[in-house]
Every structure is written in structure tokens, then in C-alpha cells.
Write a protein that binds this ligand. Sequence first.
Ligand code: C5P
Length: 236
Amino acid sequence: MIIDKTIVALDQMSLDEIDHFLSRPENTIEFVKIGLELFVKYGPDLVHKIYRDYKKKIFLDLKLHDIPITVERAIHSLKNLPINFLTIHLSGGEEMLRHAVKEARVSLPNSKILGVSFLTSLEEKDLNELFNIKNSSEAFLRLFQMANLTEIDGVICSPHEIGLVKMHFPKLLVVTPGIRFSDEIRLNATQDQKRVASPQEAIKLGADYLVIGRSLTKASDLSMRIKELSIPIGIF
Ligand code: C5P
């Protein structure tokens, strides 16, 4: 079922709202994402609380990006946090990735390390201005190629790049944000997401996990959305 591959992003929520959302009986999603905003505000206590009170798996989306030793030390500071996924920026370079993964294997043995490619907020025009990149597929491919040379577990990418990763680097896990339900896509209710797909489309393209935020946290009918995600994958 898609729900087993769904990670719900707890963005822009207060502690009370998080408690309310995670306590809803129909909310059977087992994996949550905590981003920079919540982590900077509440720190490791929030991670421990969500793990202790709700027994959720946790994706800590910090998108670390600094010189290799600083990223390594930052990961060391997260030692033994109950997390399952942690993000770093692929553009930090191969040495940074190697330092990060090596430290994570010791300090966070239960966590997979995932590399973020280009931020979705960057458009082709920005990539061109910043890096003189004319063809974004080639730029993505170069980043994924470098990631593949390290022991990193997987990458974060939009639905548009899933095929590229799966074709060239099948051993990398693919975690995909930019998900909207089909009716939202039809109504153009995609907010600031630029490259979107429905949960079914993203799974068909080969995504291993989906990150869904507002379509769930702000859903007018959460049980209906949960039902939509609970159809066995073979059926569509
Ligand atoms: O849009 P939604 O609320 O589903 O966002 C889920 C996740 O997608 C966010 O936590 C963020 O990491 C990512 N995102 C993105 N590009 C955007 C907006 C959100 O990659 N434009």
C-alpha cells in the first residue's frame, strides 16, 4: 500500500497542532518528516517526544551543507537520536558526502543518509545563472553520479527525476516530495510545488518513499486521503 511508503511532512505546525494531528485515530501514517524550522525551534526534544509518544519513524530533514569536518561533527552531535532518515546536500561535494556517511554509520546506525539534489525553488534560469547549466537533466545526472560513488543510501528528487535515478543508479533509494492528489492536480491546487505527480504516478515511476505535507496536514477530509493511500499497489 502507498501508505506504507508515505512520509508526512510536519511543516508550519505548532506543537499543539502536531499533537492533534498525530493523535487523530484515522492518521495511520507511520513515518513523519521534521524539517529545519521545527528542529531549530524545538531541537532534539521534539524528535524524542514524537518517537516516545507516537512511536513514529522519523525523517530529519536538515539538508546539511558545510565543509566536510563540520558536517561530520554536526552528525556526531545528533548521536543516537531515534531517526531513520537524515538529509545532506549533494552539492557539498564527494568528500563531504564520504565524511557524513562515515560518521553516520557510527553515530546514527539506524539512519539512512539521503542526498538533496537541486532545491525545487531553483528554476532552470537560476541554474543557468549560477552554474552556467543549460541542460538540467545533465546537471542532475552529474550530482547523482557523484552520490553513487559514495556509500550514500539514496537521494531526494522531484517526480521528474525519479526515472533518471532509477535507470542509471538502481541501488539508490529515491524519496520524492512534490506529491499532490489527482483531484488537486486537476484543480491546479499545487501551491508552491513546481514539479508534481500524484502518489500513484510517483510510485509507478519508481519512488521508494513519498513525502506529502499540506495535502495531508491541511486536508479537509484526512480519512478520505488515508483511504486513497491505502489501495494495494498492484491495483493501479
Ligand atoms: O508541498 P508539501 O507541503 O507536500 O511539501 C512537502 C515537502 O516538500 C516539504 O517539507 C519540503 O521539503 C518539500 N518542498 C519542496 N519544494 C517546494 C515545497 C516543498 O521540495 N516548493
